[in-house]
Design a protein around this ligand. Structure first.
Ligand code: SF4
Length: 499
């Protein structure tokens, strides 16, 4: 017979724990503890509490902040997970000073931090500056589109949402009718039907309330765009992995140790965010004693999603030495000439571009490679790159054309549209092309990848920030900034001299 040690669950065991000894110098939890205790102005939280005369004592905000920062660093995003960690994990117990904040206290603390987060972020940035962790010469901007705590199912134009409400209403009526006829059914089945009815009722009420209290949203062209009945500030955004209903989380990073100078979540595309991000970074830097002209003459790199007339004009006004390529820059780069060599099958010929069309000044028309005429369709159209006129061919010419495949944007297109820029060179866009294509430009731009992408990898993969757990722009913004804050504290832990 095998022999085992006895198992007696009825015995008493005492585990003496020194809370202080759990927070080891050199660890991230120690750095969080030190930064929050010694370098953050926590008086910003005072106005939240008015229990000085009456009411129960509250858990100190520094405890909640430390616990949340450590939880985010370890990929615990939900308040229930954080609550559990404060009971089960000795490091969290030590940081929480033995208290066990419940999930609603934690969730409420994070979601109402809009007024304090900026000041806390600047406090940490000041520590970075005092430890000489900021290089101050080269910055890089990037963003990641993250899902909000909402489903795409609740998105649509007002007409679509009304149709959805009506369908749900129908289903609810049907479920109630089935319920009335089903009194003889077993208890379990009745309970299931009641749950379904309640779910449908809630969905109908949510849509009804939304349709009555909100107005349709319109896009830049004045047409109605999709609203979302749960988080109407979130938007549908395309990503490499499909469309997400969420926010675009941005970070401006310093090159020396990848310290984040500004972080914010937007409901707009990258090319709209350069100006607010640089303005936000200037505000943060001003708070730590830098002057208004900090970015003058400094290098800024950002990917082609930020390339627009507005972004480049703003950089020029601010005196920033920007490197923001257009979307075609890889095609012009001889180093990427053979980048399609791994693509299977026969390589397609390059599609016809403006240079393949000939302008006839007498008739003010373009001639296509097939010798057909393209007439003026619209003048002075605008996109984020330039102002342009549009010419188009006749559908009957393109219908039977042997060059269709090479000329039309998609097989189902009925005719060719040709955009002709009216902005005369040299302009900012052409200057940027020349700058990016120069050997110096290529060298500087190549640094962007190693500078800013690891920051997003650290936050989104290592720290598991792959979707927001809150709703509304103000709240997800707090969550994103807390992640930026803990990222900077991590840099202090590795490169700083606190310990
Ligand atoms: S598709 Fe139309 S525009 Fe293009 S080459 Fe043929 S006829 Fe000309």
């Amino acid at each position: 017979m095998p022999k085992f040690k006895p198992c007696n669950y009825a015995q008493m065991t005492m585990l003496p724990i020194s809370l202080e000894n759990q927070i080891l110098p050199g660890s991230l939890e120690h750095t969080i503890h030190e930064v929050v205790e010694k370098h953050m102005d926590l008086s910003v939280f005072d106005q939240r509490y008015n229990n000085d005369e009456t009411g129960a004592t509250a858990i100190h905000p520094k405890i909640l902040l430390k616990v949340i920062l450590l939880a985010y660093a370890r990929g615990l995003l939900s308040s229930r997970q954080i609550e559990r960690a404060c009971v089960e994990n000795v490091t969290f117990i030590a940081l929480a000073c033995g208290y066990s904040p419940d999930h609603s206290t934690i969730a409420n603390f994070v979601s109402t931090m809009q007024a304090e987060i900026e000041s806390l972020f600047c406090d940490v940035l000041l520590v970075c500056e005092e430890m000489n962790l900021l290089g101050g010469s080269h910055f890089s901007l990037d963003g990641v589109k993250l899902s909000a705590n909402v489903s795409k199912e609740w998105s649509g134009t007002f007409d679509e949402l009304k149709r959805k409400r009506d369908k749900l209403q129908e289903k609810l009526q049907q479920a109630m009718a089935e319920h009335r006829q089903a009194d003889a059914q077993p208890e379990v089945e009745l309970e299931r039907q009641q749950q379904r009815e309640r779910r449908l009722q809630r969905a109908v009420e949510r849509l009804e309330q939304f349709l009555q209290s909100e107005q349709p949203k319109t896009g830049s062209d004045g047409k109605e765009i999709q609203s979302n009945a749960v988080d109407n500030e979130s938007v549908k955004m395309p990503t490499a992995h499909g469309v997400v209903q969420g926010y675009n989380a941005q970070a401006l990073v310093d090159s020396k140790h990848q310290i984040i100078l500004a972080a914010e979540a937007f409901a707009t595309q990258d090319h709209d965010n350069l100006e607010p991000m640089l303005t936000g970074a200037k505000k943060n830097l001003k708070a730590i004693g830098k002057d208004e002209t900090f970015f003058q003459g400094k290098t800024l790199t950002a990917d082609s999603n930020y390339h627009s007339v507005e972004s480049l004009t703003f950089c020029q006004t601010e005196g920033v030495d920007a490197y923001i390529p257009d979307i075609q820059f890889r095609k012009r780069d001889e180093r990427f000439a053979d980048r399609d060599r791994f693509k299977g099958g026969q390589q397609k010929e390059a599609p016809f571009s403006l240079t393949d069309f000939t302008f006839d000044p007498d008739r003010q028309r373009y001639l296509c490679p097939q010798g057909r005429e393209l007439t003026l369709h619209a003048r002075s159209q605008r996109n984020r790159y330039r102002i342009y006129d549009v010419y188009h061919a006749r559908p009957q010419d393109c219908a039977a054309c042997p060059l269709r495949e090479r000329c039309l944007s998609k097989p189902s297109a009925s005719r060719r549209y040709l955009s002709v820029p009216t902005t005369q060179p040299p302009n900012l866009l052409d200057e940027m092309k020349a700058k990016i294509d120069s050997p110096q430009g290529k060298k500087i731009y190549a640094r962007r990848l190693a500078m800013v992408e690891p920051v997003f990898a650290n936050i989104c993969v290592h720290k598991h920030m792959n979707r927001f757990t809150l709703r509304s722009k103000a709240k997800v913004d707090v969550q994103w900034r807390l992640y930026a804050l803990v990222h900077n504290i991590g840099k202090i832990c590795v490169f700083g001299t606190l310990n």
